[in-house]
Design a binder for this molecule. Structure first.
Ligand code: 9MR
Ligand code: ZN
Length: 443
């Protein structure tokens, strides 16, 4: 049961990131009045609306140390939470997180996932397309979120975001069927509307550089991986979107990576491999792809005394998340083709971020004997309190912030607020942590 509290805090950290509502948390003493309640106004005219139109999209989660809300991270975060729940339902209970919804008869992790999903539904245009992000035009000051009074803009749609949305809503439609059928039906309808848009349109992103002056770019350079993810999830849901021979070609020629905001094909392959009523050959093809990836990371881990999958030269922005995601790829493969080494190496990734590393530092706030103390996190800084359960990006050779020392592998890290490139948490980093903690938590 040693990972149970970690799982609880890592999941609960999303609750502490909620936007658009008052936060009044007895457990941590954290408080802020309702924030960003006027989210948001359309930054530029598009095919459906004039510039300045109010697109009601309050709610959701603050992405990271900033107060932006992004489709790329919200989708993959929800998708990983729901996948963890599907794999290990016995580890999630109603009442586990002590959040406002605790006691409503639905496992808390689903309630929390719904916060992200409900916001995503707001981000869909009537024609099915989905907006990329919602944020201010300048980076917010280091104050509580309620003090960030600048206008907040909804920035242009993209087919990459629309596809990520379709995939995530398809997962939600499947998982919520048993717990909240009305919501599941809504998610399915939204997924199909997004898919309809994708069928009518090739790769497109309504973007100008100015959009990124006060928020992360989360730039996509195409939408092929996202479209494939959507196809796989819709198929797993039982929708016929491609012929089985086309599907097979797409699976066989795919190149999945770890699950992240850039690419979440791996989740689609996994859900398809487990879908009932599908040709065994298709499921087998998906499994082969997943096993090949897991084997690659296993070989990498064998080069490291820590069993870490990230080599010295590979530490980059969000290396902690990448390691946990590599472990996650092994856990997904393990669920299809059990292999002890997958679980051992996945655990080694978790151990590393929890402190079994050259700095003996725990990269999660509020956890362990030497946790992160000064994350690049506006709300934590303003409150003067610990916001527990947040995983920071970790060692980063490129040291974009200029604060941590560059090129030092696992030592390129500093626990100071200014180090946004090594010491900032983000919801998608926590999703990878939730997944790993869920795998090793007891029931
Ligand atoms: O997590 C993101 C990482 O993969 C990118 O390399 C980096 C630079 O583009 O951006 C990270 O995301 C940040 C986002 O742009 C803005 N909110 C904070 C995110 C975490 O640092
Ligand atoms: Zn907010």
């Amino acid at each position: 049961s040693v990972y149970n509290e970690l799982l609880r805090l890592a999941t609960r950290a999303l609750y502490l990131q909620r936007c658009g509502v008052e936060l009044l948390d007895e457990e941590t003493g954290l408080f802020h009045p309702p924030c960003h309640t006027a989210d948001g106004i359309l930054a530029r005219a598009d095919e459906c609306y004039p510039a300045g139109k109010l697109i009601p999209a309050s709610g959701g989660w603050h992405d990271a140390g900033d107060y932006g809300k992004y489709t790329p991270t919200t989708t993959v975060t929800v998708a990983q939470m729901l996948t963890a729940f599907e794999l290990w339902p016995e580890k999630f209970r109603d009442g586990q997180l002590r959040i406002p919804e605790s006691g409503n008869g639905i496992p808390d992790i689903l309630d929390e996932a719904k916060v992200g999903l409900s916001w995503l539904l707001y981000m869909q245009r009537p024609d099915g397309a989905v907006y990329h992000k919602l944020s201010g035009a300048s980076w917010p000051p280091f104050t509580g979120p309620e003090m960030d009074g600048q206008p907040r803009y909804v920035y242009g749609i993209s087919t990459a975001d629309t596809a990520k949305f379709a995939a995530t809503m398809a997962i939600a439609a499947r998982v919520f069927r048993e717990y909240d059928p009305a919501f599941a039906a809504k998610a399915r309808k939204a997924a199909l509307a997004a898919w309809g848009f994708l069928r009518r349109r090739g790769w497109y992103w309504d973007h100008v550089d100015l959009d990124d002056n006060g928020s992360g770019a989360y730039a996509a350079h195409g939408d092929a991986a996202d479209r494939l993810w959507a196809v796989l999830e819709l198929t797993a849901l039982g929708e016929e979107v491609l012929s089985s021979s086309e599907l097979r070609t797409q699976i066989e020629t795919s190149s999945p990576s770890t699950v992240g905001w850039e690419n979440a094909v791996l989740l689609g392959l996994f859900h398809l491999a487990r879908a009932s009523g599908l040709e065994a050959g298709l499921r087998e093809a998906a499994t082969e792809k997943m096993v090949a990836l897991a084997e690659r990371y296993l070989a990498a881990a064998r080069q490291s005394g820590y069993g870490y999958t990230i080599g010295f030269a590979e530490f980059a922005w969000a290396s902690n998340k990448e390691a946990l995601a590599r472990g996650g790829a092994m856990l997904l493969a393990d669920a299809l083709r059990p292999k002890r080494a997958y679980r051992e190496i996945a655990l080694a990734q978790l151990d590393f971020v929890l402190g079994k590393n050259p700095l003996s530092k725990c990269f999660v706030t509020g956890v362990g004997s030497d946790p992160v103390r000064s994350p690049h996190h506006r709300f934590a800084a303003a409150s003067g309190k610990v916001v527990p359960g947040l995983l920071v990006g970790g060692p980063n050779n490129r040291a974009e912030s200029g604060v941590e020392e560059a090129g030092q592998g696992p030592f390129s890290y500093r626990d100071v607020q200014a180090s946004y490139s090594s010491n900032e948490p983000a919801i998608d980093y926590n999703a990878a942590l939730i997944f790993a903690a869920a795998a090793f938590a007891g029931r």
